[in-house]
Design a protein around this ligand. Sequence first.
Ligand code: FAD
Length: 477
Amino acid sequence: KVNIVWFRQDLRLSDHKALYYALKDAEQSRAKVLGLFHIHPSLNESFTVRHDYFFRTLEDLINHAAEYDFPIHFITGEVEEAFQHLLDQDFAIRSVFYNKDEVGFGRERDQKVNKWLEAQGIDVESFVDAHIHGAEEVHKKDGGYYKVFTPYYRMWSSLEKPAVFRVDKQKLSELGADYTDQFKRGEKAFRDLLSKCTKEWNHIGERSAVGRLAHFLHHKVHHYEENRDFPSKNATSMISPYLKNGVLSPRTVYHKAMEIKEDNGESKGLETYISEIAWRDFYNMIYYIYPNSKDEEVSDQYQGIDWNQDEEYFEKWKQGQTGYPIVDAAMRQLNTIGWMHNRLRMVVASFLTKDYLMDWRKGERYFEECLIDYDASSNIGGWQWAASTGTDAVPYFRVFNPTRQSERFDPEGTFIRSYLPELKDVPKKYIHEPSKMSDEEQNQYNCKIGEDYPEPSVDHKTMRKRAIEVFEQRKDS
Ligand code: FAD
């Protein structure tokens, strides 16, 4: 008999609940353990940068697991069809273990597959693993859900935290089951996907993730509070792609941070960092209780806003050609490395939804296409926050001023220059508003406005006023 561990967005071997329990059960029942990854055929049609990153990470996991003689095999087709194929080959499956998706497409798939597996007489063991506290774990005293982060976080903090699930690597070797011959079709599907990966990624996989987290906690976390909003300071942990793909477990992140607290004492930085990890859990819960929030404003008073449909403006935003340097540098960071600093995500989302008055869904979808850390819950949460349509959103009358944000969080223009080479010679005095340069200065600093770099595409003051009016009208209608 075999226990199957169905890997999904949990690409690691340590602190992995499904793997931990599958091994434990196999040891007691003298079963073997088979690692599986399911490849859906639709992946071939929608392969983005996120998939490039994901499959390289998966490749790293496969190689890592092979070091312990623990092969992970691939199945393809519709999920039920793929499992049926296993049954047709006379696999005696004892149980299927997996870490579940609590939200979105994955939640629906899990519900469907569970039914199917159980109908075949196969036992299913699924776990909340991707968050420290799952969507149903943090409640108000009356059993209701929190809609606002601060009281949620108070309750979150008061709950006992789950321990790390230590996977015994020795057992991986002893109990791992190798059926290479039976999985040739799946192996080919995986190799085909890998051949689509064209990017060069540094710091891929679990070992890099552990190293990055340790570096951040030992060298940066105590200064996180004062530095985290400055993109050029590289002061955040940059672990979001690891958390998203499950290369790092959030439990491990929490406990490692707690070790630092024990060793070095408390700091505001450490405290804030932990609260950021809790935001991830919060947005997972919000998406769980508002399953339509990828398509619909959570706050129904703002449904049906008459958004600007001008595609030309959307293109300017996407390409980093708005004429606002902080917005443009941020968008080019996204387009170049598939990641964007948090402060900048807020700035560009505010700019699209307020200065351009464009639908937040368009921005949410563009981030989905471009981010390697794309996480539906956090992304929808972030976009609805910026668009003032979420549960715990910035009020619609508080509109980010892109120039002031730029002056405040990139005062020297270091970040801007790193992504806008056309502004590399522009001095600090003009870096936030290069269109203010005289003709002579434009010549002197090698940047002709309107040619090398665009004029501001909109006037912030005017657009701010218009956005407030539109939101006000919608609210009152
Ligand atoms: P750090 O500052 O080092 O924080 C550590 C971890 O805490 C992050 O990795 C992340 O898991 C979590 N975290 C931090 N801030 C937030 C937050 N505001 N909401 C939820 N979790 C948070 N995050 C994603 O992981 N995927 C997304 O698709 C995503 N889309 C966003 C869209 C918008 C419009 C906004 C405003 C924010 C979005 N975020 C998203 C949240 C945040 O920007 C990123 O998590 C963060 O920038 C990742 O960088 P880091 O790992 O260095 O973060």
